[in-house]
Design a binder for this molecule. Structure first.
Ligand code: ADP
Ligand code: ZN
Length: 218
């Protein structure tokens, strides 16, 4: 099954993506993670991308599309994939359609996490991430066992550069102006389904799983 997760920053896409891809044994393709990886490695792409990410702006389409196209046409996707954070505008959505067509694939479903602005802000402003393994925690919703220390690898937990208040506001504005229209885009294609992103992560996982099963995707 080939799935797209859509929703504002802070909707819980990353956390949900991790549990869903494990449950259904499909590949997790997160453009945010791939870009942060490129930044860490000091790759050329990473250097360009970081300028946009730190401002809360979208990284140029050509960069993002090329890294996604390379993954979705890959051989390791027997059971399918879940795209998290891509597409973020109609151009990216069209380009995705093209690369899927070329390899005889298609999207089965776009899961929209309908999330209030209050939830988004609360999640983003309390999020802390591991510098070593990238695991996510939250100061109040999902605290680590030991303050400031990753449960999995004992790495240090820090706030992501783009989770600072001013950047969070910009990311939400960018979502409204460039990404939100994808809801109608996929509605028109008849593949949009909606769950509430305001649910806690366990409930969210249950609703998404039930929905996939109802759609015959499991
Ligand atoms: P969130 O969904 O919480 O904003 P992500 O990790 O998905 O977090 O994205 C972080 C940043 O990476 C974005 O603000 C943007 O700069 C960049 N980015 C991720 N995916 C894309 C994309 N599809 N197109 C352009 N930029 C992207
Ligand atoms: Zn860790």
């Amino acid at each position: 099954m080939n799935i797209v997760l859509l929703g504002p920053p802070g909707a819980g896409k990353g956390t949900l993506a991790k549990t869903l891809t494990k449950e259904f044994k499909i590949a997790h393709i997160s453009t945010g993670d791939m870009l942060r990886e490129a930044v860490k490695k000091g790759a050329d792409i990473g250097k360009t991308a970081k300028k946009y990410m730190d401002r809360g702006e979208l990284v140029p389409d050509d960069i993002v599309v090329s890294i996604v196209a390379a993954r979705v046409s890959g051989e390791d996707l027997k059971n399918g994939f879940l795209l998290d954070g891509f597409p973020r505008n109609e151009k990216q959505a069209d380009r995705l359609d093209n690369s899927l067509n070329e390899t005889g694939k298609k999207l089965d479903l776009v899961l929209y996490l309908k999330t209030s602005q209050a939830t988004s802000i609360k999640r983003l402003s309390g999020r802390i991430v591991c510098v070593k393994c990238d695991a996510n925690f939250h100061l109040t919703n999902m605290p680590p066992r030991r303050k400031g220390v990753c449960d999995y690898c004992a790495g240090k937990l820090i706030q992501r550069d783009d989770d600072r208040e001013a950047t969070v506001k910009r990311r939400l504005t960018v979502y409204e102006s460039q990404t939100r229209s994808l809801i109608d885009y996929y509605k028109q294609k008849g593949i949009l389904r909606e769950v509430s992103g305001d649910l806690d992560i366990e409930q969210l996982f249950k609703s998404a799983k039930m929905l996939f099963e109802r759609e015959g995707l499991s």
